[in-house]
Design a protein around this ligand. Structure first.
Ligand code: S3P
Length: 435
């Protein structure tokens, strides 16, 4: 993949118009490879996200002895099933991907494999105890040289017992790791969340033939079931579309239509916020493919007003908060984001990083312990911004260049390839910007 270290984005004014097919959903692409590897037989995936995070997942399952072939966004997985996996020769490197590492901890805990899991310098700082602590209660075995509860960690697959667990945080990664462990455990595992996080694991387990029950904020799975290999179609990633949805909302005269977009209600908090801010958002042609809602969505520019974003809305838009903070700089009034302390343990501390980068552009934005306060509208100026090695910060900076008066330079822009290969081509197709 091309390495872009520093790019300059400048926008000559004018509206953004066009139709986009954003790349496949990152969360669903990871899960499709994982479930395809657990199931015995041949699974095919179309619309796979060929971004660096999901490619790490493919590499890891290949190391475990699963035959995986990819041609662009089509993937074919031929697996001996979880009981046929082999011990890898080398450590399993999840790169920058928290989803890969945490879900893998849950999957391997109940397998017959012993493996070391590691990651890049950002991932090796992120907390893993949120997963290893409950998994240890299920009898999972981990070894680490680190007292901090971070990667690298060695998992020794063992015989797991089911449990009921009340999650202290709303996290789809923790919920999914425990459901995967519950799949291999004796008895029924029940996971209860404070607020509902993305439910792609539950939906896809059902698609692969597993019996998974959801009741309110609790999900249960009976151990010892088997999965049936199948064909998975991945919708466009609403978290990637969100960057251009916000651009269309704040740049006068813009209209962008997104085709084949994932519209799972656990992910559409961004649509609710855009509407509440006064943006024109319409959804046409809603349909469902293999358990995941899809649709066509159009965003048109309009005058925006500030909002408060908190509570159960937060897990439904957690990854969109960097670009929502940028959007709030163009809205009238003070936008308050709270209950979002999870942002501090994402690819970077997104509360500090978003505030410090947007302040360089002249934005009126302040960090709070669990979120931020943003007052607008503010005319932004050009500056040199850093992605902090975080794909979503890199894309926020690129979208900021569309509303800033001078050029915006983005350092470490190659991090964008983690989730949105082709991002700048899409940006160019909608704008008259120069890079
Ligand atoms: C993800 C869950 C979320 C999200 C991440 C992807 C997933 O993380 O931020 O980008 O695919 O399960 P948390 O579970 O830590 O909230």
């Amino acid at each position: 993949m091309e390495k872009i270290d520093k790019i300059t984005a400048s926008f000559e004014g004018g509206a953004l118009n066009g139709t986009l097919h954003v790349p496949g959903d990152k969360s669903i692409s990871h899960r499709a490879v994982m479930l395809g590897a657990i199931a015995k037989g041949t699974t095919t995936i179309s619309g796979f996200l060929a971004g660096e995070d999901c490619l790490s997942t493919i590499r890891i399952f290949s190391q475990l002895g699963v035959n995986i072939e990819r041609s662009g966004t089509n993937v074919t997985i031929k697996s001996p099933g979880i009981t046929g996996w082999k011990n890898p020769d080398e450590a399993l490197d999840a790169g920058n991907s928290g989803t890969t590492a945490r879900l893998l901890l849950g999957i391997l805990a109940g397998s017959m494999v012993t493996a070391e899991i590691t990651g890049d310098r950002y991932l090796c700082k992120r907390p893993m105890r949120r997963v290893t602590t409950p998994l240890t209660e299920m009898n999972a075995k981990f070894e680490s040289d680190h007292v901090a509860g971070t990667l690298p960690l060695t998992v020794k697959g063992s015989h797991l017992k089911a449990m009921s667990y009340e999650m202290p945080i709303a996290s789809a990664q923790v919920k999914s790791a425990l459901l995967f462990a519950g799949f291999s455990a004796d008895g029924t595992t029940v996971v209860t969340e404070k607020a509902v996080s993305r439910d792609h694991t539950e939906r896809m387990l059902q698609q692969f033939g597993a019996n998974v029950q959801t009741e309110g904020t609790s999900v249960s799975i009976v151990g010892g079931q088997s999965l049936q290999a199948c064909n998975v179609k991945v919708p466009g990633d609403i978290s990637s579309a969100a960057f251009f949805m916000c651009a269309a909302a704040m740049i006068p005269g813009s209209t962008i239509t997104f085709k084949d977009l994932g519209l799972n209600p656990t992910r559409t908090g961004i649509v609710d916020v855009l509407k509440e801010m006064g943006a024109n958002v319409s959804i046409e042609q809603e349909f469902e493919v293999e358990g995941e809602p899809y649709g066509e969505l159009t965003v048109e520019s309009s005058n925006l007003r500030a909002v408060e974003i908190s509570g159960s809305l937060i897990p439904r838009l957690i990854d969109e908060l960097p670009v929502i903070a940028l959007l709030a700089t163009q809205a009238k009034g003070t936008t308050i984001i709270k209950d979002a302390e999870e942002l501090r343990v994402k690819e970077t501390d997104r509360i500090e990083a978003v505030c410090s980068e947007l302040q360089k552009l002249g934005a009126s934005i302040e960090p709070t312990p669990d979120g931020m306060r943003v007052t607008g509208p503010t005319k932004l100026k050009g500056a040199t911004l850093s992605s902090h090695g975080d794909h979503r910060l890199g894309m926020m900076a690129a979208i900021a260049s569309l509303v800033a008066e001078g050029p915006v330079q983005i350092e470490d822009a190659s991090s964008i390839n983690v989730s949105y290969p082709g991002f700048f081509e899409h940006l160019n197709s909608l704008t008259r910007s120069k890079h």
